[in-house]
Each structure stands twice: as structure tokens, then as C-alpha cells.
Design a protein around this ligand. Structure first.
Ligand SMILES: O=P(O)(O)OC[C@@H](O)[C@@H](O)c1c[nH]c2ccccc12
Length: 270
């Protein structure tokens, strides 16, 4: 990346270079099992075919997170992860891949959106997802992010009505994160039944690419999401679980994560 490339530009470029296939965006719990290992896992992601990384800030009360991701957040905090260390890790990871930070509203407002967005830009972090930031309260955060050209990525769900999708489309930066199911994060056995219809509804109202996440954990599910029209595919719990299992049985978390990302990336190539 060039020094002058903004976060918004870098995310656009990542989707554009993915071209005929969907961009692959693995999720990483920063600081799990510890900061250094999480940077090693991000490096493995980059080397295994990821196009972007969604970097999760561990938080004590993660309302949208399912059990696997919640447990990893608890462990990361117990291992000493804090926002400063996570942002430092994010800076290192941003040397390898565009980083979209996933951070709950509380730490963001504790710092203040202006200071927070300025720090992301300084560290080369490209985008920000705030799962508990309602549209109604997003104007100040959006202005702070726009001033730094940090992409504030909105979330939409199957229950989001068209009128609200129109509003969200107008404020979306980077991409729209489409949550495939109502509920929390986590692996699911089946593909989302009507992902195609949902994606079509969102894409018709979004000027930026549309990524699908929640319940995508296998190569087949990733390919199905891409076939259903997703411009990007986000995979979280499967990878966090693979890392947790590697830690449990003493194998290398980074190479374990790499093999999962290779499986997902291969499935997106046609
Ligand atoms: O775990 P899954 O089902 O693969 O879904 C991705 C998800 O984990 C990741 O994007 C994420 C982690 N925490 C979140 C909070 C809100 C929205 C999304 C997320």
C-alpha cells in the first residue's frame, strides 16, 4: 500500500482485486490466545488467501457474539489484551492486509469518536464496524470516520426493512455487512435459505460492496454465499474455534488457521 492510500480506498481496492470471486474476510479475535499469536494468525490469514481481515476488539459484554467468540474475548482479556495493545497489533497486521476493526460502542465513546478515528488512521487501519451503534446515533461517528477516510461499515439483518436499507445505503462506507440470520455469531449446519433474496435486496440499495457473514464456516457455505451474490464472505467462529482447539491440544494456532483459510479461499476460486 502507498502511504497516501486512505482506509476507504484500501477497502475498495481489496474488493476490486477479488474481481470474479468474493473477497474473503476472516475474523480474528485480537489478543487470543495472546497478542503475538494473534498477529501470527493474521500473518497466516494473509499468506493463505485472505483479502481483508476483520479484527475483533475483545470486550466483556459482546452482545452479538456467540459462545465461541465470547469465550475467546474472555480469554484475550484474561491474557491482558487492552485497546492499546489491540490497536498496536492492528497496525502490524495492516502492513499485510486491510484491517476492519470490530469494536463495540463503549470503548469507542470512552475515547471519543474523533480521537478514535484519528488513531485508526495513524495506525493504517482501514475500517470500523460498531455492532451496537444504532443508525440514529451514528452521525457523529460517521463524521469522525469520514474526516479520516476510515470506512464506517454498517450492519444489516434479514429483518431490516427496505426503507431502512435505503437510509443505511446512504451512509455506508467500505462495504455493507449483511448478517445472514437473526441471532448471534456461530457456526450453523445449513446454508442461509434465502441469502440470494436478502443479498439482492441489500445490493439494490448499497453503493458499496455487500459482504455476508454469520454461520459461514465451510468452503461449501462460502461458495454458496458467493453464488448467492455476496461480494465478500466473512468467517468468524469456525476460525476462532480452530484456534481454540489448537491451543487446547498444543498444536500451532497459526498453521491450523492457515489450513482453514486455504480451504475457504480454494472454495471461492472457480
Ligand atoms: O462467527 P460467524 O458466524 O462466522 O460470523 C462472523 C462473526 O463472528 C464476526 O463477523 C463477528 C464477531 N463479532 C461480531 C459482532 C457483531 C457482528 C459480527 C461479528
Amino acid at each position: 500500500m502507498t502511504r497516501t492510500e486512505t482506509g476507504v480506498d484500501r477497502i475498495a481496492a481489496a474488493f476490486a482485486t477479488a474481481k470474479g470471486r468474493a473477497a474473503l474476510m476472516p475474523y480474528l479475535m485480537a489478543g487470543f490466545p495472546d497478542i503475538e499469536t494473534s498477529v501470527a494468525i493474521a500473518t497466516a490469514y494473509a499468506e493463505s488467501g485472505a483479502d481483508l481481515v476483520e479484527l475483533g476488539v475483545p470486550f466483556s459484554d459482546p452482545l452479538a457474539d456467540g459462545p465461541v467468540i465470547h469465550a475467546a474475548a474472555t480469554d484475550a482479556l484474561a491474557a491482558g489484551a487492552n485497546l492499546h495493545a489491540v490497536l498496536e497489533a492492528g497496525q502490524r497486521i495492516a502492513e499485510l492486509l486491510p484491517v476492519v476493526l470490530m469494536c463495540y460502542a463503549n470503548p469507542l465513546f470512552a475515547r471519543g469518536p474523533e480521537r478514535f478515528a484519528a488513531e485508526l488512521a495513524e495506525r493504517g487501519i482501514s475500517g470500523l464496524i460498531v455492532p451496537d451503534l444504532p443508525l440514529e446515533e451514528s452521525a457523529g461517528v460517521l463524521a469522525a470516520c469520514d474526516a479520516q477516510q476510515i470506512a464506517l461499515v454498517p450492519l444489516v439483518a434479514p429483518t431490516t426493512p427496505d426503507a431502512r436499507l435505503n437510509q443505511i445505503g446512504r451512509i455506508a462506507r467500505g462495504f455493507v455487512y449483511t448478517v445472514s440470520v437473526t441471532g448471534t455469531t456461530g457456526e450453523r449446519a445449513a446454508n442461509t435459505p434465502d441469502a440470494g433474496a436478502l443479498l439482492a435486496r441489500v445490493k439494490a440499495r448499497s453503493p458499496v460492496p455487500v459482504a455476508l457473514g454469520f454461520g459461514i464456516s465451510t468452503g461449501a457455505q462460502a461458495a454458496a454465499a458467493a453464488d448467492a451474490g455476496a461480494d465478500g464472505v466473512i468467517v468468524g467462529s469456525r476460525l476462532v474455534r480452530a484456534v481454540a482447539e489448537a491451543v487446547q491440544n498444543g498444536s500451532d494456532p497459526a498453521s491450523t488457521a492457515a489450513s482453514v483459510v486455504v480451504e475457504l479461499a480454494d472454495a471461492l476460486v472457480r
